[in-house]
Ligand binder design. Structure first.
Ligand code: RFL
Ligand code: PHB
Length: 396
């Protein structure tokens, strides 16, 4: 063995220690399949990111199956519907009534913490702060991944590589440009998010469409609220001291909510741009993409983390079939199966975004179309059932 480049072997090398990578590792190891995770950041950094908040019931079930459902079941809030508000008017979409299903509000930060604990308890290998990750020979029978860790060049040989490394990772870039096809829509605005240690204004989420722009009232737990405002792409958090944020939010949500909202000092504030993006295919040789590495949705439909979970489910099934049944049908169909679900969630996220935001170049015709669609949604059982079915999550 070359001492400058210590080499080891594993069955599935996972790049990225976010929710996709951790969940995949947890499910595979519980099925007796060995994994190593490489993560570019420190654990503290990964756990410091405030992101998703809504879990579909399929995601909830998968987390239970992975043995990480206990705290989520205890602390996660079951939601049977959402409110849609248009200026001062609001109406409710009842998920339970239309579909029999519900969603669960449980923060991505908490979920990631549970996954780290579970991986630690099983003695999982997670190398943090790795650098210069390179995937080699993914289209051959024996891929390798080289990287720097703790000042040394390292290399891991493996059977398969899972690119769970988010939108800016190396997984997707490793698929040759003449094989890869990318589809993208960038929206001309972002979401300014604020986390506040105050009770949520409403027991259920409020998605508000207003002349001044979209607003969302969400939460993490009974004493932690998460609010969002649509802002221009070139805006900055410095332009939004807490008092200015609260005033603007109150302006965009129905009056009764604005009058009862409890405000307080923020504990986090950040701006996220909105994008729809899909890369095809999601498999190249022995390299598979999962989660944000392959696709991005605007957060309006709360689908990003949930799509990562369904990708992981398909890949887990495929790899189990390979190792336990010596059958590669799941591997061969992974990309097509995952993409079929991805595109439907892309459509839903795009339609919710288009319906609820103000677009800078919007014509009077476009505004009337939005208004007509919202009125249709308010009065049509079929339209409400369709929104509910998509929001709680399409079947795997
Ligand atoms: P992540 O979470 O980006 O994790 C990828 C990990 O890979 C690491 N990495 C590398 N490691 C090694 N080598 C490299 N070269 C690497 N390059 C990157 C990164 O450090 C990182 O740790 O992707 P993953 O695991 O696929 O998970 C996806 C979700 O995080 C994402 O889809 C959601 O957060 C999206 N999202 C939401 N999803 C929902 O389902 N419901 C929601 O309510 C929801 N709300 C949101 C959201 C995302 C938001 N932002 C900020 C983008 C709200 C917001 C504001
Ligand atoms: C959140 O709580 O962060 C959240 C909830 C619903 C969304 C997006 C984000 O659609």
């Amino acid at each position: 063995m070359n001492t400058d480049k210590p080499s080891r072997r594993t069955q599935v090398l996972i790049i990225g220690g976010g929710p996709s990578g951790l969940l995949l590792s947890q499910l595979l190891e519980r099925s007796g399949i060995e994994t190593v995770i490489l993560e570019r950041r420190s654990r503290e950094y990964v756990l410091g990111r405030i992101r998703a908040g809504v879990l579909e019931s399929g995601t909830v079930e998968l987390l239970r199956e992975a043995g990480v459902g206990e705290r989520m079941d205890r602390e996660g809030l079951v939601h049977e519907g959402i409110y849609l508000a248009v200026s001062n008017r609001g109406f409710r979409i009842d998920f339970k009534h239309h579909t029999g299903g519900t969603v669960r509000v449980y923060g991505q930060t908490e979920l990631t913490r549970d996954l780290y604990r579970a991986r630690d308890a099983m003695g999982g290998t997670i190398l943090h702060e790795v650098d210069q990750v390179r995937i080699e020979d993914a289209d051959s029978g024996s891929p390798r991944v080289s990287f720097r860790h703790e000042g040394r060049e390292r290399r891991v040989e493996c059977d398969f590589v899972a690119g769970c490394d988010g939108f800016h990772g190396v997984g997707r870039q490793t698929i040759p440009a003449d094989v890869r096809r990318e589809f993208e829509r960038v929206y001309p605005f972002g979401w300014l998010g604020l986390l506040s240690p105050t009770p949520p204004v409403s027991e259920e989420l409020i998605y508000a469409s207003h002349e001044r722009g979209f607003a969302l009232c969400s939460m993490r737990n009974p004493n932690l609220s998460r609010y969002y405002l649509q802002v221009p792409l070139d805006d900055a958090t410095e332009n939004w001291p807490d008092a200015v944020f609260w005033d603007e939010l109150k302006c965009r949500i129905p009056r009764d909510a604005a009058e009862s909202i409890v405000t307080g000092a923020s504990i986090e504030k950040s701006i996220a741009p909105l994008r729809s993006f899909v890369a095809e295919p999601m498999r190249w040789g022995r390299l598979f993409l999962c989660g944000d590495a392959a696709h991005i949705v605007p957060p309006t439909g709360a689908k990003g983390l949930n799509l990562a979970a369904s990708d992981v489910y398909y890949l887990w099934q495929a790899l189990k079939q390979h190792y336990l049944d010596r059958e590669d049908e799941g591997i061969d169909t992974y990309s097509a199966r995952a993409l079929a679900r991805v595109w439907k969630a892309e459509r839903f996220s795009w339609s919710m975004t288009r319906l609820l935001h103000r677009f800078p170049d919007q014509s009077d015709f476009d505004r009337r179309m939005q208004q007509a669609e919202l009125e249709y949604l308010e009065t049509s059982v079929a339209a409400q059932a369709s929104l509910a079915e998509n929001y709680i999550g399409l079947p795997y």
